[in-house]
Design a protein around this ligand. Sequence first.
Ligand SMILES: Cc1cc2nc3c(=O)[nH]c(=O)nc-3n(C[C@H](O)[C@H](O)[C@H](O)COP(=O)(O)OP(=O)(O)OC[C@H]3O[C@@H](n4cnc5c(N)ncnc54)[C@H](O)[C@@H]3O)c2cc1C
Length: 355
Amino acid sequence: MKEFDFVIIGGGCAGLSLAYELEIHEKLKNKTLAIVEPRDKYKRDKTWSFWRVTSHNFDDCVKKSWTNFSINVPGKTNHIKYKDYPYQSIDSGLFYEKINNRLRENKNIYFFKDIKEINTRNSFIFNSVPSIKKNYLNLWQHFCGVEIKTKNNFFDEEIFNLMDFDCEQRESVHFFYTLPYSKNKALVETTWLSKMNDNSQKDYDQQIKDYISKHLKIKEYEITYKEVGAIPLFYPLYEKERNKINIGTAGGMTRLSTGYTFLNIQEHSKYIRENIENISDSKRFKINKKYQLLDEIFLRVLKKHPERMSDIFFNMFKTSPKTVIKFLSNKSNFFEDLKIIFRMPKWTFIKALFY
Ligand SMILES: Cc1cc2nc3c(=O)[nH]c(=O)nc-3n(C[C@H](O)[C@H](O)[C@H](O)COP(=O)(O)OP(=O)(O)OC[C@H]3O[C@@H](n4cnc5c(N)ncnc54)[C@H](O)[C@@H]3O)c2cc1C
């Protein structure tokens, strides 16, 4: 069986981002890489959105970007404008196509469907397949989004809605998220933060249908695309093994309070590329510990007081847009962290330190 210098398990967001980063920086000129990915065909399956707080390789896969957004709770709306860090949405179909076209040009890169087809004994492995142990206490961000095309112009394409809490909460945390791509096209998503043990939350199609017709009051539309997902708001198992690094969700690249992962994956890929010559001896790349701690407290409050979360999120966005965006994108400094912390209900958070 053939051997390779590097093996990437899982050719999804993290696996392909890493392969692309290595390829464009000519790290695969004299090294071989095997990518193990079971899917037969790549097609658009996700929309990755984030505030562009750092540069990345995929500006040409951006479907749309915005500098205005809103967040609302029943009876109150906050409009937020911030030009320096636009919110970008990446079309995964364009992303897969761009990367695969480039990788196919390098004869040192091989593609396999199953790890059993190769000998990995002497390879350095980058694994993006998470190992998740079922635990009824774990929180998930689970959601379903549909892209709709309306008959008449309806949306203001300049402003997206990050969180609309004016909807049924069912003793959990629930909001809608709307990304208007044009006046008559938008992604409308129903999102839950919960332990995912309540099947009644999973009637996503009905939730979206009701929201579009009763809340947005759109009568005539067609659904042109659908995505469903569940992001773990906990770290998957990560066993330290020689010559193996976990990447992507498996590598702890998800920000637990928000589910944002895409830009962390890009930063991790860059870090690996910069250290590829000594990768076995490099320090593990992690999201800064302060965010791990703050997010853990935040999620404890969320588990204990789901009914308070809409106001907590709403108040968080009353600080300056720069501060909150930097905080949610792991780029805040100490003073910006404090500004966010002071927006939180203090006793609830202090008590959460002890339960
Ligand atoms: C629908 C959806 C929307 C999201 N939207 C956002 C967003 O807007 N912003 C954001 O920051 N994050 C978002 N995320 C979170 C995160 O960015 C994505 O989950 C991202 O795809 C994670 O990358 P990954 O490589 O870890 O996992 P994946 O992209 O899922 O890649 C894992 C790959 O491993 C393959 N695989 C599975 N089993 C095996 C096996 N046994 N052997 C080999 N390969 C295997 C899979 O086919 C897949 O291609 C979203 C997640 C989902 C599910």
